[in-house]
Design a protein around this ligand. Structure first.
Ligand code: ATP
Length: 428
């Protein structure tokens, strides 16, 4: 028996297909050939800020155990399947397939995966690494997909992970409106949340398990474990045939894309968690976006809660100068604008005091006194009692927000962002 790691990426275009579907077909074909899939196939999300991604920047890895003579046939089948299903006519579709024999994943490959998830790498870098670790790689066209293919093999999900059960549509239905019983999704959510998550967006009542793209996915259910995913899948009533379904083990909802950094270390096209003090009050700009600034001992940076984050903006609007926060989000450059953290989550670590001045209460008739004029203290309009200006009462104004962590709603959430429903409170 032999083990082989299979990775592939970059099979789809904006008009259709999905690398997860290619994965599902490959898995079914491997099983039909009589080989064994080790653990679950993996769906690995890569840097969400990467400009050349088609949609969710994902790649697939499958670990297979098979008789020696089957391995070669499996490799040929994988290449054939990618050729058959990838949208090769699209200029931006550049598949890559990688095979790595054995079960040991070299440390350099694990580090490479981390880099592809958090940072940016070149095709040359991927090719060099593949050669160094003895991986076999196949490039279709310019073969950019070998970056994701290698990264998926190297991400073994040794720390945090979740699962996603994906159900696919029959070819004749792809591109048409998805038919699924809404009520059954709400019921499923009620029965399985938070062991399944992001099924619906409570702020809009929107169903989140169905995508809005022409891809072959009917729905995807995100879950903490495979048995809950299967149970939830049984509860969802599809009103159209399901061609096949698969469960992937994934780094979705784990925050693996986040780099903990100081402001001076922030670079575009990466995602960061930065602790800082609010140094400019939130302001609302055209389009309903809310912008504010934070500072740390290394610099100042803009943070934004964009319009689609809806109610989340109310939390952000409640911030004031001096509040200490930890912001989480991706940074993409925009022409003529400073680097801005596009908020995914915010932790309010410390609230500053807002003090307000109040006129004193009249010691005789207990009514609120009035100002007697600039620098002249206070006077009671009722009994004419006077008090000096030092009698002013200084009170702490109530804050509209509380300490804690807040997140954008599911409709605005990135695949990799860890929902609060998954956060064990003691670690935060
Ligand atoms: P889908 O999610 O449906 O598979 P996608 O959004 O994953 O689509 P791809 O079509 O796979 O997008 O295109 C992304 C391409 O960019 C792939 O070739 C991948 O190898 C490459 N890539 C991904 N992340 C990085 C990165 N951090 N640095 C450099 N290249 C990357």
């Amino acid at each position: 028996m032999k083990r082989i790691q299979i990775g592939f990426d970059d099979t789809d275009s904006k008009d259709g297909m999905c690398t997860t579907y290619v994965g599902a077909v490959v898995v079914d074909r491997i099983i039909e050939m009589g080989a064994k899939i080790v653990d679950y196939p993996r769906l690995i999300r890569l840097n969400p800020n990467w400009i050349l991604k088609t949609r969710g920047n994902c790649a697939i890895a499958i670990e297979v155990e098979a008789e020696d003579d089957l391995i070669d046939r499996i490799k040929k089948m994988v290449i054939r399947t990618v050729e058959e299903l990838a949208e090769l006519d699209h200029e931006t579709t550049n598949p890559g397939v990688v095979f790595l024999e054995g079960e040991n994943i070299p440390k350099e490959l694990k580090l490479f995966s981390r880099k592809v998830i958090q940072d940016i790498v070149s095709i040359d870098e991927a090719e060099e690494l593949a050669k160094k670790i003895g991986a076999e790689y196949h490039k279709f066209k310019i073969g950019r997909g070998i970056i994701g293919a290698l990264a998926a093999i190297g991400e073994r999900l040794e720390q945090d992970f979740t699962y996603e059960l994906i159900a696919y549509r029959v070819p004749s239905n792809r591109g048409k409106e998805r038919r699924i019983d809404r009520e059954s999704v709400f019921k499923m959510d009620e029965m399985t949340y938070p062991n399944t998550f992001d099924n619906i967006d409570p702020s809009t009542g929107e169903i989140r398990i169905t995508p809005h793209t022409p891809c072959p996915i009917l729905y995807g259910i995100r879950a903490e474990n495979p048995s809950i995913a299967k149970m939830a899948h049984k509860m969802v009533k599809a009103l159209e045939p399901i061609e096949r379904w698969i469960i992937y083990k994934t780094n979705q909802a784990t925050d693996e894309h986040i780099i903990y950094a100081k402001i001076s270390e922030v670079k575009p096209y990466r995602s960061f968690a930065i602790k800082g003090e609010v140094c400019e009050k939130p302001r609302i700009i055209a389009g309903g976006h809310v912008i504010f600034k934070i500072k740390d001992d290394s610099g100042v940076i803009d943070c934004a809660a964009y319009e689609p984050t809806r109610k989340f903006r109310e939390i952000v609007k409640g911030l004031t100068i001096g509040d200490v926060v930890r912001v989480y989000g991706g940074v993409k450059p925009k022409p003529n604008l400073p680097l801005t953290v596009n908020l995914e989550k915010i932790e309010v670590v410390k609230l500053s005091q807002i003090l307000k001045k109040l006129n004193p209460i009249c010691p005789l008739c207990k009514r609120r006194m009035k100002s007697a004029g600039k620098e002249k203290g206070f006077i009671c309009k009722n009994c004419k009692q006077k008090l000096p200006k030092e009698s002013v009462i200084i009170e702490e104004a109530p804050r509209s927000i509380k300490l804690g962590i807040y997140e954008v709603p599911p409709r605005a959430r990135r695949h990799l962002a860890k929902p609060l429903a998954r956060l064990p409170p003691k670690t935060w």
